[in-house]
Design a binder for this molecule. Sequence first.
Ligand SMILES: *[C@@H]1O[C@H](CO)[C@@H](O)[C@H](O)[C@H]1NC(C)=O
Ligand SMILES: *[C@@H]1O[C@H](CO)[C@@H](O)[C@H](O)[C@H]1NC(C)=O
Ligand SMILES: *[C@@H]1O[C@H](CO)[C@@H](O)[C@H](O)[C@H]1NC(C)=O
Ligand SMILES: *[C@@H]1O[C@H](CO)[C@@H](O)[C@H](O)[C@H]1NC(C)=O
Length: 517
Amino acid sequence: MLLPLLHLLLLLFFFFFSPSYSTTTTIGVNYGTVADNLPPPTTVATFLRSQTTINRIKIFDTNPDILRAFAGTGISITVTVGNGDIPNLSKLPAAQSWVSTNILPFHPKTAINRIAVGNEILATSDKDLIAHTVPAMKTLYQALTLANITNIQVSTPHSLGILTSSEPPSSGQFRPGYDKAIFAPMLDFLRQTKSPFLVNPYPFFGIDPNRPDSLNWALFEPNGGVLDSVTGFNYTNMFDAQMDAVFSAMKKLGYDDVDIAVAETGWPSAGEPGQPGVGLDNAASYNGNLIKHVNSGKGTPLMPNRTFETFVFSLFNENLKPTISEQNYGLFKPDLKPVYDVGLLTHQEAMGPTSDEAPGPTSSSGSVSGSGSKTWCVPKTNANEKALQANIDFACSSGIDCGPIKDGGPCFKPNTVRSHAAYAMNAYFQASGRHPSDCDFGNTGVIAYTDPSYDTCTYPYASSAAATSSAPEAAEGPAAGMKARKSDSGASVKLGVSILINHIISYFICILFCFLL
Ligand SMILES: *[C@@H]1O[C@H](CO)[C@@H](O)[C@H](O)[C@H]1NC(C)=O
Ligand SMILES: *[C@@H]1O[C@H](CO)[C@@H](O)[C@H](O)[C@H]1NC(C)=O
Ligand SMILES: *[C@@H]1O[C@H](CO)[C@@H](O)[C@H](O)[C@H]1NC(C)=O
Ligand SMILES: *[C@@H]1O[C@H](CO)[C@@H](O)[C@H](O)[C@H]1NC(C)=O
């Protein structure tokens, strides 16, 4: 308890008394709005402009109230196309109409400088969306050009689930099938239009409760490092390892010259009781160190001297998110008081540490003490049926046993898409090594800390899957998943093969779509 407190004090000391810090540091933030207690956009715009060094925001839609509120602030804005709009936007008239509705009324008074075409599309496993993403990016760009707009980039953010391999970083590789069918044309488009490849690295999801050093490695705090024996580089933080894994994947396709920007990263300041890694001091440490790191110009071992445009997730704590940890990614509370200080306020002397007002239960220790907590994966309350059906289709075609949710099976009743999806998503999550990113399902899954089993329906829980790791995770999802699969027996090989077959099928579907469009 004492050590982390000391850490926090040192951190705060550094931020308060480092004279050039607040004036030179800029950062972007994701302005998420899944809450019913946030101040109006005009208040937010005034606050950011007058009291912080935050100079760019990213929103998850094209909310006209927000776009109007930021007019004339000089704060640049990334807007997001809804995932469901992507197929239509691959047709030029629809793209032109979208630009007319969502861009032209606001730009350039509101400094919209980037369009994110969907969010983590690959993670949705929706083949129609995936196949239409690059075409929609190109068509939107064309629609902007036709409207004489040349200062808005078009890109799309990815979770690290796009990599099949990420550890060591030099082994980074895109998922087979998608590499040539999706990523090569996407990177080609980004190169031609001088736009960055957007990724959402979350070292928080990569911490391994069984290895005390992995928390410090994720937080940019002193640790023993992780050696990439291929390159000889000693990685002293997980962020660099994740970024270099992405870089390696791009390089293998011949696109190492395309810029990388961080569309989302963050750390929850509170979470479920006993949840590993969460807490005020850790969140302050991660985001504070991150901001210093990405602005330092140091780059990463494979990308020396680069700075990374970075958007912290998130501006506010969002009270309508489904879990306590998801509610507590914010740098600010709805009353505009900082949750903790990461040096982004222009009048720092006025602000004190606010840790005494920490909302919700926190894992107060600086170590991953809650390592015993079990996790399951269930649908988010706001996930729609179509997405949940897609999750069932995906999970059940990946090699897991979906017999229990078939007619006559112990989990068939209640016969609802939501109930069946909960079973299938959890089974997939368990089989993949129970890594948080394997419960993302295009932002429709959420980790549960209580066993969802009922009556005779028993949800699978793989007790050994996550314990096989021998080093801190270099990246989320796939690497951890693959490792668990490797250490398991025949069933996992079957899972791997089915996933491979899935990828091959998607590859051909993609080729088909690309020719049709
Ligand atoms: C896509 O376009 C079709 C035909 O113009 C329209 O009926 C449909 O509502 C559109 N879908 C979305 C999600 O906008
Ligand atoms: C775009 O610019 C060209 C050349 O300046 C002009 O002829 C055209 O009318 C403009 N188009 C729009 C939609 O403003
Ligand atoms: C990597 O760096 C860490 C931190 O500086 C150091 O403790 C560790 O010995 C280094 N490992 C190797 C293999 O050089
Ligand atoms: C990075 O910067 C350092 C110090 O300015 C310089 O010595 C080095 O050559 C640079 N490396 C690259 C790859 O540009």
